[in-house]
Design a protein around this ligand. Structure first.
Ligand code: PXL
Length: 262
């Protein structure tokens, strides 16, 4: 029997377990990998309501990463919520010398609009982390922020800006068009050299999709850890998330939970 692929997720903890490292663990185990974790912060939240964020010391994030990298045969690494400039820098320092795939989900804003990153960390992503990245997975807000442009609502502008980022950083971009105009969601993969591929599906209404970004980047990382080429890993990652949404279950009335205490 071949060995179980190992990857590391560098991410925050979501106590409601829909996003963050809890989502990463679920996707990683479901797809036959062993996901290790380097915890960056603990987020006290439920879908739609972030009550508090406690970051780890950057040196301790680096220490977790160093110990995992020196103790296990790590095939791939995924980053999620990194939060502060110091944590981004500490991660970059530990990534030097790692030769596997690095998937960066540039987590910036929670679904309800709360910041999951300190603004000063964005420049460190741009200058230090993205140049080490194999695949960057921005949603439309993150793509607009990284391109310093107006909000993006159309497929044409999403493609234009994804191509621009791919050229600027020399890494593949998976632009997630879950919130484009109309009822169709289109995800676009742009690879260095100019190869473009897209996948589309109708928008699913009425489902709490908290954590889909984390789940997708983790599922793609899992398939890369299995040894699949990038486009196949993206395609299978998207299929995994589509199935997770189609078979999702409600745990309670989140809208009511969001108004607790009012
Ligand atoms: O979905 C983005 C995200 C990533 N990481 C953590 C989160 C969230 C969203 O709330 O809590 C830890």
């Amino acid at each position: 029997m071949s060995a179980t692929p190992v990857y590391i997720t560098i991410a925050g903890s979501d106590c409601s377990a829909g996003a963050g490292l809890q989502a990463d663990l679920k996707a990683g185990f479901a797809l036959g990998c062993y996901p290790l974790t380097a915890v960056t912060c603990v987020v006290n939240e439920i879908p739609g309501c972030v009550e508090g964020i406690v970051p780890m010391e950057a040196d301790f994030v680096a220490a977790q990463l160093r110990l995992c990298l020196s103790s296990f045969p790590v095939q791939a690494i995924k980053t999620g919520m990194l939060y502060s400039p110091d944590i981004v820098r500490a991660v970059v320092a530990e990534l030097r010398g790692f030769s596997g795939a690095v998937v960066v989900d540039p987590v910036m804003i929670a679904t309800a609009g709360e910041a999951l990153i300190l603004q000063e960390a964005i420049a460190v992503y741009e200058q230090e982390l993205i140049p080490h990245t194999t695949l960057l997975t921005p949603n439309l807000d993150e793509l607009a922020r990284l391109c310093n442009c107006a909000p993006i609502h159309t497929f044409e502008r999403m493609q234009q800006h994804a191509c621009q980022l791919c050229e600027k950083y020399g890494c593949a971009i998976l632009a997630k068009g879950g919130h484009l105009e109309g009822n169709i969601c289109i995800d676009l993969l742009v690879q260095p050299g100019g190869k473009l591929q897209s996948w589309s599906h109708p928008r699913t209404e009425g489902v709490s999709t908290h954590g889909t970004g984390c789940t997708l980047s983790s599922a793609i990382t899992a398939w890369l850890a299995h040894g699949l080429p990038l486009d196949a890993a993206v395609e299978k990652g998207l299929a995994y998330v589509a199935n997770a949404i189609a078979t999702s279950h409600r745990l309670g009335d989140i809208d009511a939970l969001n108004h607790h205490g009012e």
